[in-house]
Design a protein around this ligand. Structure first.
Ligand SMILES: [Zn+2]
Length: 336
């Protein structure tokens, strides 16, 4: 039984849904900034939960991705309450297209699901933190984050090996070419972003008494693309103070984005506690072709673009740490 949104699932008559496999057909649109993913990913998160409530036997979503391959994308979903969820799978975009064509022609589609996924016990992992001490205010930080974990279909070269490389290389570039700034630079490689932001939450908890010393948080978690724009989200004074700093990246082709920075996933607990964020937006038109699939492998890395991104992060982080002012505090609010 095909539906085209989560709301369509809610609206199903349980008599029609009972015993059926629901096929949720929602395409992910391609966009440089990845906004199509943001619009589609709620289907992956919520479909099984909604399908259980209308008595469906199982749910199969069109894989959340922009590719046309036979490799489905994995990702987190709402944790099922034991006994109140249904089996759930993702169908590759090419196979979803086939189902759509058959259903459009009124041909009945039957599926047999063999799902081999399993939940393993939790294990201990750790954040890795590296500081490059500031000259004047070593106990104030500009934070550069990325995450260490990845989905196990591929090797996680793009998500988020590339981001980890960007922030580590940015710190190395600062040390080699610029030297220490007024404040400290801190690289954090977070544990377990993908399955619940556990490393990010643990970091915010462990540093709760010095959250106010985090001047700005930045994050690299969008693959291997070059940076094309930058934005800030902070106190009312932040944007005016940021304009001159953003201009430093103009030789790299980076423009100032007037929209408020949203920050990333791993910096969201800091943002919610009021820490300003700076986004360095990477070209991501093809990111969701590979993200969370067996195709997320090292051969996707674009060395020139990755080097540009590391350079942009280095210049930005050093300039923020060197600034004679801060960027205020943002109004705490719930994360995405
Ligand atoms: Zn990631």
């Amino acid at each position: 039984l095909r539906v085209r949104s989560l709301e369509d699932i809610d609206a199903l008559d349980p008599n029609a849904a009972r015993g059926k496999i629901l096929f949720v057909s929602v395409p992910t649109t391609r966009a440089r900034n990845g906004e199509g993913y943001g619009k589609a990913v709620g289907v992956r998160w919520g479909a099984a939960d909604r399908a259980a409530k209308v008595g469906a036997a199982a749910v199969v979503i069109r894989s959340i991705g922009t590719d046309a391959s036979r490799l489905p994308h994995t990702g987190s979903m709402k944790h099922p309450v034991p006994g109140q969820s249904v089996p759930a799978g993702a169908l590759s975009t090419s196979d979803a297209d086939l189902c759509d064509r058959l259903l459009d022609r009124g041909v009945p589609v039957s599926m047999k699901l063999t799902l081999t996924s399993t939940a393993l016990p939790e294990a201990i992992s750790a954040n890795i933190v590296a500081d490059y001490k500031g000259k004047d205010a070593p106990d104030e930080w500009v934070l550069l984050g990325a995450h260490l974990d990845s989905w196990d279909l591929g090797t996680g070269a793009l998500d988020d090996g590339a981001g980890a490389a960007i922030v580590v290389e940015a710190l190395r570039l600062v040390k080699e070419h610029l030297g220490p700034a007024r404040r400290s630079l801190r690289v954090v490689l977070f544990a377990n972003e993908e399955a619940g932001l556990e490393g990010a939450k643990a970091y915010a908890l462990a540093h709760a008494n010095e959250i106010d010393k985090h001047i700005v948080a930045m994050e690299a978690d969008f693959g291997t693309g070059a940076v094309y724009s930058t934005s800030i989200g902070g106190g009312p004074e932040a944007h005016a103070r940021f304009v001159a700093i953003a201009r430093l990246l103009a030789p790299l082709g980076v423009t100032l984005d007037e929209q408020e920075s949203e920050g990333g996933a791993d910096t969201s607990p800091l943002r919610e506690a009021g820490v300003p964020t700076v986004d360095l937006n990477q070209e991501g038109s093809t990111y969701f072709d590979f993200h969370h699939t067996a195709n997320d492998t090292f051969d996707r890395i674009e060395p020139e673009h990755l080097a540009q991104a590391a350079t942009a992060f280095a210049i930005m982080a050093h300039a923020l740490a060197e600034a004679p002012y801060d960027f205020g505090r943002r109004t705490p609010r719930a994360g995405k």
